[in-house]
Write a protein that binds this ligand. Sequence first.
Ligand SMILES: C[S@@+](CC[C@H](N)C(=O)[O-])C[C@H]1O[C@@H](n2cnc3c(N)ncnc32)[C@H](O)[C@@H]1O
Length: 396
Amino acid sequence: MQVHLAEHLPKSKRIQLGSYYTPEELVKLVHEFIKPYLENKKKDVILFDSAGGCGAFLFGIKQSDYRIADRDLKACEFLKQHFNQQKVFHTNSLNEINREKYFISPSAFLIMIGNPPYNDTTSEFKNGEKGQNICDKDLYDRDIGVSFLKSYHKLNADVVCVLHPLSYLIKESNFERLHDFKDNYKIIRAEIFSSALFHGTGTSKFPILVALYEKNADGMTFNYIRNFRFNILDSDKTFVLSNFKTTDGYINKYPPRKNDIQKSPIGLYYYSFRDINSLKKNTSFMTKEHPNGIVVTLENFYKYAYLYSLKNLFNPEDAWLYGNLSPLVNIEEVEQNKDLYILYAIKTNKVLREMDNSILKKVIHYYEITLNNIDAVDRIEKEIRDRLDKLIAMEK
Ligand SMILES: C[S@@+](CC[C@H](N)C(=O)[O-])C[C@H]1O[C@@H](n2cnc3c(N)ncnc32)[C@H](O)[C@@H]1O
């Protein structure tokens, strides 16, 4: 069996258990992050990987006391050959959680490490091969990775150093779902890397963190996360959420609710989106009403022309890093250059070109746009690309 590759499992089982074993480079980073706690130990330190797989995080670390658990019987049989059998637990680590279950004394300094499974919407879980999240009631979440974070609080861990998707922290609705974990732990250090580093994961890449948390009675607020400086692995750049301005509050991303106007006065809709990933993946303008159709009007048309431009022309090298963010925007710039985005949309979008001519005329008239041949598509594209490049405000 391989420590860094769950090759003993068929693909379906790998997806179900989230068995994507961690490459050595990332394991080493976790070891580096926890080193100070091992060196300054005042009392008994126990390292615990409760989703241990074949033990990637415990091989190569000199720590006399540890625990390792996994639900996968084969992985546990392997672990028992390489580790002290008393310290290996074949169990569901989200069920009946407490220190006693693992013979950890209440006074021990507990450090949770590892790479628990997660069910990001971009992962292969969505293909209907989802395993069930059977766990203690208070740990339940539709994403098993969130349940794992909550379990560390239930174990009263002193330090948590694990891998998890960046989206758990930077999407406010996800952050709220961390409940007691966010109220009792504070992120201290974090390094972002691409899911591409994992062997056998899906094609759409998303950002993952090696995150170090300490127990802290004040916990973390979303504002703390907004201003937290995340490092980026193998890069001298950093990622600070508050540096990014998004379309939230500026461009509506939802289809009409019950009491809203359902029909577009110009017969135009835009397919709804959650973030940059879904904006890029889904279609754009539509002329028929659709359950996922946002109502486009004459007045807001330029905003959707902007989104359409972003969908096609925002292709940064490190696109995986921004996928979970709402579409980025410089509002002032869009307000001043409505015609640029409208021209691009009108000239390149098939649905717009094929729709009723009188509507297009209305748009052109409303925005006082002059259509002429000088506005070649490549020139417009270049101009927009240059503007979109400036949206990425990374800091050193
Ligand atoms: C992403 S893999 C990580 C394995 C190992 N820590 C590593 O990084 O190489 C996740 C592991 O969690 C295990 N797992 C999934 N759900 C579990 C649960 N409820 N309880 C215990 N282990 C679980 C899977 O069997 C798999 O080995």
